[in-house]
Ligand binder design. Structure first.
Ligand SMILES: CC(C)(COP(=O)(O)OP(=O)(O)OC[C@H]1O[C@@H](n2cnc3c(N)ncnc32)[C@H](O)[C@@H]1OP(=O)(O)O)[C@@H](O)C(=O)NCCC(=O)NCCS
Length: 306
C-alpha cells in the first residue's frame, strides 16, 4: 500500500519509534518522556493486532491503538487526512476488541483538541501522573496477618496471572485490560525482572494470589542523576479490598524501587478512581501532570475508511 491505513506489524518497530520520537521532540507534550514511549512501544509490540499505522507514499507516518489511548501523526505529515483515517481505524479496532467507547489522551496544548472536536470526541476525565519526591518518608511495608507475599516465578501460570490482573481491574473507571499475548511478550524481553512483581496470596492457598504490585526502573530525567522509579500497577481482588493490602503493596513498591536506587517515584491514576488517588496522596505522592482523556462511542457498524 502506498497511502492509507494498514495493520501494524512487528517489523514496523523502527518506523513506529521514528514517529514517536519526532512527535516527542516537536510536540513536547507536558509529562511525556522517552521512557513512556518505550513502555508504549513494548505494549504495542505485545498487541500488534490492536494497532494500525498510517502510510504516506510508502512511509509510515502515524499510528493508533485504542488500548494505548494514543493517535499520533508525524509532524511532517499533518493536515493531510492521516489523523482522520487513523481515527476511523481506531474505532474499527475498538469495535473488534468489543469496546463500547474509544478513549484517547488529548493534550491541551497543540492541535489535539481541535482535532478531537473535529472527530466528534468530548472530554471525559483526566488521568494524573503523581510523583513521590526522593526523600519523602514512606513506612516499610507490613503485610496483614493471613497473607503471604512472593515474587513472580514459574510457580504461577501466566494465564492465571493475566486473569488476576483483569479481574482486579474489572470495575476500574475507564476500561483497562491485558491480553495473554501482551504479558507473554513483555515477560519474554531481556529486561523483564520477575522480582519487580510481588504477589500476595492467602496463607491457606499460597498459589492463588489475590493482590499484586509491579514496579519498573527507568532512566534518570532532567538534572537528577538517579533513575526514575514507577509503580506500574497495584491491584487487589474485590473481595480482599479494605484490609490495607493496597497500602502495603504500594509501600512495598516504593521500598523495592528505592532499594534499586530510584530517586523520584511516579505513578499514574485515573482522577475518578478516588480511593486509589486518596491512598497515593496520603503516601506522599503529589500530582505533577494532568492528562485529559476524550472519548467517542464506538458505532455498532463503523463506516468504511475514507
Ligand atoms: C492531532 C493530530 C493527530 C492530527 O493529525 P492530522 O493528520 O494533522 O489530522 P487530519 O489532517 O486528519 O485533520 C483532521 C481534522 O482535524 C482538525 N485539525 C487537525 N489539526 C488541526 C490544526 N492544526 N488546526 C486546526 N484544526 C486541526 C481539522 O478539523 C482537520 O480537518 P480539515 O483538515 O479537513 O480541516 C496530530 O496533530 C498529532 O499527531 N498531534 C500530536 C499527538 C496528539 O496530540 N495526539 C492526540 C490525538 S487525539
Amino acid at each position: 500500500m502506498s497511502t492509507g491505513i494498514r495493520p501494524f506489524r512487528p517489523e514496523d518497530e523502527q518506523a513506529l519509534r521514528r514517529v514517536m520520537n519526532a512527535s516527542l521532540e516537536f510536540d513536547a507534550l507536558p509529562g511525556f518522556t522517552a521512557w513512556d514511549l518505550e513502555l508504549e512501544t513494548v505494549s504495542m509490540l505485545g498487541t500488534p493486532e490492536g494497532v494500525a499505522v498510517a502510510v504516506d507514499d510508502g512511509v509510515i507516518c502515524g499510528y493508533t491503538g485504542p488500548r494505548h489511548e494514543d493517535l499520533t501523526v508525524h509532524p511532517d505529515y499533518r493536515r493531510r487526512g492521516h489523523g482522520r483515517r487513523l481515527f476511523a481505524a481506531c474505532l474499527e479496532l475498538a469495535a473488534k476488541a468489543g469496546q463500547d467507547e474509544v478513549r484517547l489522551f488529548v493534550p491541551s496544548s497543540g492541535p489535539a483538541q481541535k482535532f478531537a472536536r473535529a472527530m466528534g470526541m468530548t472530554y471525559r476525565s483526566s488521568m494524573w501522573r503523581l510523583s513521590l519526591p526522593a526523600g519523602a518518608p514512606v513506612p516499610a511495608p507490613v503485610l496483614p496477618a493471613g497473607v503471604v507475599g512472593r515474587t513472580f516465578g514459574d510457580w504461577l501460570p501466566l494465564a492465571q496471572y493475566v486473569d488476576l490482573l483483569n479481574t482486579a481491574f474489572v470495575d476500574h473507571p475507564g476500561p483497562v485490560s491485558w491480553t495473554l499475548g501482551q504479558i507473554e511478550y513483555g515477560h519474554s524481553r531481556p529486561d523483564f525482572d520477575p522480582t519487580s512483581i510481588l504477589l500476595v496470596s492467602p496463607v491457606s492457598c499460597p498459589e492463588e494470589p489475590i493482590a499484586f504490585v509491579r514496579t519498573a526502573l527507568g532512566p534518570p530525567e532532567g538534572d537528577d542523576p538517579a533513575p526514575v522509579g514507577e509503580v506500574r500497577i497495584v491491584g487487589v481482588m474485590p473481595d480482599w479490598r479494605g484490609r490495607g493490602l493496597g497500602r502495603e503493596l504500594l509501600r512495598w513498591g516504593v521500598a523495592d524501587l528505592r532499594n534499586r536506587g530510584a530517586g523520584p517515584i511516579q505513578l499514574s491514576v485515573e482522577a475518578e478512581n478516588e480511593l486509589a488517588l486518596g491512598l497515593y496522596r496520603r503516601t506522599g505522592f503529589e500530582p505533577v501532570v494532568e492528562w485529559p482523556h476524550w472519548t467517542h462511542a464506538v458505532p455498532k457498524r463503523v463506516p468504511g475508511r475514507q
